[in-house]
Write a protein that binds this ligand. Structure first.
Ligand SMILES: [Zn+2]
Length: 172
């Protein structure tokens, strides 16, 4: 059954011409859906407007401030967790090196020197790897590789962020 234009007339509070009104009444006689709509509309208009309890505006404002504060706190906590998890991941790689350095304080200088040598060697290897990679991998793939790294980073950020952003509503 076609409910137009009756549905629109009912929803839009259109002032109907006599011919239109007759048409609508005829449709309401045979259409359960539109007559339910018309009844709902009547019920809504008939409903008494309840005036809010005294101090409503003040309570509403206070609740809004509390919600905003909670939101800010959650956001701050999310940022802290984001940083902490980043530091944690770096720490997983660095702690074994530091503990081995601190385990023998007498050999600390030697360890530092070998660590420095290791870092320099690692950097040189990395540079060699990069220059070789640039020669082997065609330039058009670098965008895709970079995009993959950025995506993983963004995914990590988004998943941590999402934890602390639950949907919010203002309660009556
Ligand atoms: Zn209808």
């Amino acid at each position: 059954m076609n409910h137009q234009p009756f549905e629109t007339w009912l929803l839009e509070d259109k002032i109907l011409a006599p011919a239109e009104k007759r048409e609508l009444d005829a449709h309401l006689q045979i259409c359960k859906i539109c007559s339910a709509l018309a009844e709902t509309k009547l019920a809504l208009f008939a409903a008494r407007t309840v005036s809010p309890a005294p101090g409503f505006a003040l309570r509403f404002r206070q609740r809004l401030v509390a919600l905003k504060t909670a939101e800010q706190r959650r956001r701050l906590f999310g940022i802290l967790l984001f940083i902490a998890s980043g530091v944690g991941i770096i720490g997983i790689f660095l702690v074994p090196i530091f503990t081995s350095v601190l385990a023998s304080p007498t050999g600390w200088l030697f360890d530092m020197a070998s660590l420095l040598a290791f870092v320099v060697a690692a950097l040189q290897t990395f540079r060699l790897f990069l220059s070789t990679a640039f020669q082997i991998v065609p330039a058009k793939y670098w965008a895709a590789i970079l995009l993959a790294f950025v995506s993983v980073g963004a995914l990590w950020f988004a998943s941590v962020w999402h934890l602390f952003r639950r949907p919010q509503g203002v309660f009556a």
